[in-house]
Design a protein around this ligand. Sequence first.
Ligand code: UDX
Ligand code: UDX
Length: 462
Amino acid sequence: MRVCVIGTGYVGLVTGACLAHIGHDVICVDNNEEKVKLMKSGQSPIFEPGLSEIMQSAIQTEKIHFTSDLAAGVAHGEILFIAVGTPPLPTGESDTRYVEAVARGIGANLNNGYKVIVNKSTVPIGSGDWVRMIVLDGIAERQKSLVAAGGVSEEKLPEFVAEFDVVSNPEFLREGSAVYDTFNPDRIVLGGNSQRAVALMQQLYAPIVERKYAADPSLPPVPILATDLSSAEMIKYAANAFLATKISFINEVANICDRVGADVTQVAKGIGLDSRIGNKFLQAGIGWGGSCFPKDVSALIHTADDYGYEAELLKAAVNVNERQRLIALEKLQQVLKILKGKTVGLLGLTFKPDTDDMRDAPALNLIEQLNRLGAKVKAYDPIVSQTGMRHGLSGVLVETDAERLADGCDALVLVTEWKQFSTLDYLKMAKLMAHPVIIDGRNFLDPEAMVRAGFQYVGVGR
Ligand code: UDX
Ligand code: UDX
C-alpha cells in the first residue's frame, strides 16, 4: 500500500521504516530539511536499535523515500500518518499546533482519491474530529485560492471535494525497543467510525497482525481493537497514565521499604508473581521521564480539569514522581552531608537506556539541583559520549569513559541502567574516587559485588 508518514521523529521514522520493511511504499515527510538530507543518505537522525539497518535496506529496495514536500507526500499516500510532536505547554496541555499545521496542509493538498488520515501523534481526546475540521478548512482555503486565481469556476468546485476519513491509531512504542515493539505489539488500536478506513488499516497491518515479522511467529494473531475515535485517544492516555502510576506506586513502596528495612526488589518480585499485578514496570528507582509519560499524564489531568474533574490519583502519581526524581540527592546528602565543593559523577544521562533521548530525563533535574547546592557534576553516558551530543546539557562535564568519570569523585549516581554499566571495572573505579560511594538510582547493580569492589552502596528501597 502507499503510505505517507508526516513527521520523522522517534515515532514517525520508526513507523515509516517498519511499514517499508514489511513491503509498503512509504514516503516520509519532514519540514526539517537537514533531517531529510541525512535520512536520504541512509542515516537515522535518532539512535534507536535496529532502525538504521531497516532504513538502509528499505532505501536500497526503494520502499522508502524522504522529502520535505508535503504535497508530494499527500499525493503519494492512500494512508497518511500524522506523527509530528505534541510537546507539553507550560500549563500541562499538549501543544497541538504542529498537528494543526499538518492537518491544514493535508487539506490543502488533497486531490486524488480516498485517503485515510491517521492520528499517530498523541493528541487530546476529541482531536480526531478536530483534525477532520482542520482538514476541511484546508480544503476550503485551497478552493478559495483556486477560484481567486481564476483556475476553477465556483460551479466546478465540488469536483475538488476530497474524500477522506480520520482514524486514531495510537502508538505504544518504547524508545530503545521501538522497532521490536512495532513488529511485536500487544495490540493494535483503531479508532474511527468509518468501516472503510478501518478495513484499510487492517490491510496495512496484516503482516504484523499475522506475526510475519514477530520474534515468535507461532504466537496467535495480534488482537485488533476497533473503537470510536475518543476511546482510542483515551486508551493511549490511560495506558501511559496507568504505567506511570504503577511506577510511582512501586517507588512509594520503595521509600517505605527504605524506612522499615525491606528490599523493594524482593517485594516487586513477590507482588509481580500475582498475575493480577504482573511483574512489568515495577522497577523502583529515580522516577519516570521521557517524552511521553510526563506529558501524557499532565495532559490527562488537564483534560479532566477542563471537565471540572480533579484527577487526584494521577496528580499523586506526578507528585510522587517529582519527589522521586530527587531521591538520589537526598541519599547523597545523607552520605556526604555537605554537597558544596563535592564532585558527583553521573553514570548515564538519557531518560532510559538504548536511546539518545534526553527529554524530561531525571538526570537533568539532578544536574540542576546539584549545581544549585554547589556540587561539581560530571557524567558519562555511552550514547552521549559516542555521538558528541550535548543538546540541552549545561552545568555538567561530560567524560568519555567511566574511569575518567570516577577519577576524583566523592560519589557516583547510576542514573540510567545502560547494560554496559553492569561490567565496568568498579574495583579500579573505587580506587580512583575520593570517596567510593555509589547511589544506584535504578537498583541495577549487585550490592554485594559493589561492596567487594570497595564501594559504599546505596540503592533505592533496598
Ligand atoms: C511523537 C508524537 O507523535 C507524540 O505525540 C507522541 O506522544 C510521542 O511521539 P516524537 O516522535 O517524539 O513524537 O516527535 P519528535 O521526535 O519531536 O518529532 C517530530 C518530527 O516532526 C520532527 O522531525 C519535526 O521536524 C517534524 N515536524 C514537526 C514536521 O515535519 N512538521 C511540522 O509541522 C512539525
Ligand atoms: C512509554 C510507553 O511505555 C510506551 O508504550 C508509550 O507509547 C511511550 O511512552 P518510553 O517513554 O519510551 O515509552 O519508555 P518506558 O520504557 O515506558 O519508560 C518510561 C520511563 O519510566 C523511563 O524513565 C523509565 O526509566 C521509567 N521506568 C520504567 C521506571 O522507572 N520503572 C519501570 O519499571 C519502568
